[in-house]
Design a protein around this ligand. Structure first.
Ligand code: SAH
Ligand code: SF4
Ligand code: F3S
Length: 476
């Protein structure tokens, strides 16, 4: 989920639409007890950030803070920020203006900036944004209670130390926004790739993998609590590698998938994100051989042109990527593939862009997250390449990609009509409490009529009778 681009209407329901308000945690309308302290937290950016907010909630809970959905009653207002594109940072600055007004009404309220933008701007935040009391980077959340205590004494605090070890493995995340069926498990942090456009290696630091034992323990605990789907999260999950300190045995991602699938056949496993260069046949076999590992791969291409891919430092060519797609469909003909695409990267010509369009056609993506290039200060692209594609051109190319992707999504979904799928019920459909929504293994959303005795977390068999580009409609 990358929620920062309100200018273009997302045609695929997911790309760029959730702009105005980040995800908010907390209990609603419970009166505050005397002496009780409450925090309010908003999260922006990717799933890693949302997952981190659950870790922050756990750390603050231990320190005696309870959650609230109303910032007016909060003692501590937190914003977990994203730096991936300029728009994402603009959104954060707008929210800080809103928090400023709350702070004027309730002096003493603390405001903290967490996450990637905190890491990128560091102490500069305190100079630029006078209302900010604490600035905490993604690897320093254990220090949050200490920093808050300091801020209460009037001591503004910054901790943006990036760790080579921190994985928060021992912290049990608080699932406040949960539907009780699906959950995210962080399996690694940071990124060692150097895609030239990307700020993540600078805001999240070096790649490190979390203990396989703690991942399996978390998945088991979630299953015991009634959850039926976990998504293993990392910027580059296929390079997961953890060495058991006792035996010296090394667990790779294919093995981790098989281990997680072994928790229970009724627990579905998803994962995100796969870098095309790192996904191995062993991972594809682990997917094929375990029914509960979902047949869906998010495999961002970024561009369909080899020269641009080289400038982006993605380390694969157009041909190499196409072979990867072929291999996936060969091993799992029913697998869905989705993508991330950037239009208007430095020096991109109309011919290069046409190759990205043709890649969307070739790979038959079920959906894509699509963006126009936004130069990020300090990245290799910002230092070495000129951001020379005019904004209107970037946007026009983006529109073309979105339109093509929507057509393909619509076609692929229409092709599912008449087929029968096993669907995991996630909850009421958006439009009617007479209908359930759930997903197929390929991650396609299905809306269908409820039946007596069913509940979220149940698996049901649904026959598809109708579709749009974003949703399938089923009958029983
Ligand atoms: N680790 C993941 C993606 C993380 S960022 C991966 O490698 O695929 C999510 C997406 O944001 C990227 O895939 C890319 O498409 C987009 N993105 C990253 N930096 C960007 C930039 N400077 N401008 C526009 N889009 C960007
Ligand atoms: Fe960024 Fe590339 Fe790492 Fe993804 S793999 S987070 S795009 S540097
Ligand atoms: Fe944004 Fe940081 Fe995620 S920059 S996309 S929140 S890793």
């Amino acid at each position: 989920m990358y929620n920062d681009n309100p200018t273009l209407k997302d045609l695929n329901a997911k790309t760029i639409d959730e702009s105005a308000q980040g995800q908010v945690f907390g209990t609603e309308f419970t009166p505050k007890q005397p002496g009780e302290k409450r925090y309010y937290i908003e999260s922006y950016g990717c799933q890693m950030n949302f997952s981190d907010s659950e870790i922050v909630a756990s750390i603050l809970g231990e320190a005696g803070y309870g959650p609230t959905r109303e910032m007016e009653t909060a003692d501590l207002i937190l914003i977990n920020t994203c730096s991936i594109r300029e728009k994402a940072e603009d959104t954060v600055r707008k929210r800080l203006r809103v928090f400023d007004k709350v702070k004027q009404r309730h002096p003493g309220t603390m405001v903290g900036v967490l996450g990637c933008m905190a890491e990128r701007l560091k102490a500069k935040f305190l100079d630029e944004e006078k209302l900010v009391d604490i600035v905490v980077g993604p690897d320093a959340y254990r220090d949050l209670p200490g920093l808050v205590a300091g801020a209460e004494e009037g001591e503004k605090g910054v901790n943006v130390f990036l760790s080579r070890e921190e994985t928060y493995a021992d912290i049990s995340p608080v699932r406040l926004q949960s539907n009780g069926v699906t959950a995210f498990i962080s399996i690694m942090r940071g990124c060692d790739n150097m895609c030239s456009f990307c700020v993540v290696p600078y805001t999240r630091g070096r790649e490190r993998s979390r203990s396989a034992f703690s991942i399996i323990a978390e998945a088991t605990d979630l299953f015991d609590k009634g959850f039926r789907e976990v998504t293993l999260l990392g910027q580059n999950v296929d390079s997961y590698k953890w060495e058991n300190p006792e035996s010296g045995a090394v667990v790779n991602f294919a093995e981790l998938l098989t281990m997680t699938a072994g928790v229970d056949p009724k627990l579905r496993i998803r994962f995100s994100t796969s870098h095309p260069k790192d996904i191995t046949d062993d991972v594809l076999y682990a997917m094929r051989d375990n029914e509960n590992v979902c047949k869906y791969i998010h495999l961002p291409v970024q561009s369909g042109n080899t020269r641009i891919l080289d400038l982006m430092n993605r380390t694969y060519t157009r041909e190499w990527y196409k072979e990867k797609v072929d291999r996936i469909y060969e091993i799992m003909p029913d697998c869905a593939i989705s993508s991330d695409i950037i239009t208007g990267f430095c020096t991109e010509t109309e011919e290069d862009h046409a190759e990205t369009l043709s890649m969307v056609n070739y790979a038959r993506y079920s959906m894509s997250y699509m963006f126009f290039y936004s130069e990020r200060p300090g990245t290799p692209a910002a230092r070495k390449l000129e951001d020379d594609v005019p904004l209107e051109v970037k946007k026009r190319r983006l529109t073309e990609i979105i339109e093509l992707q929507t057509d393909i999504s619509r076609e692929l979904n229409a092709g599912e009509v008449g087929k029968t799928f096993k669907v995991l019920i996630e909850g009421d459909s958006k439009k009617s409490d007479q209908d359930w929504k759930g997903r197929t293994t390929q991650n396609r959303m299905v809306v269908f009529p409820k039946r007596e005795g069913e509940k979220p977390g149940d698996y049901v068999t649904v026959k598809i009778i109708d579709s749009t580009s974003a949703t399938l409609f089923g009958e029983r």
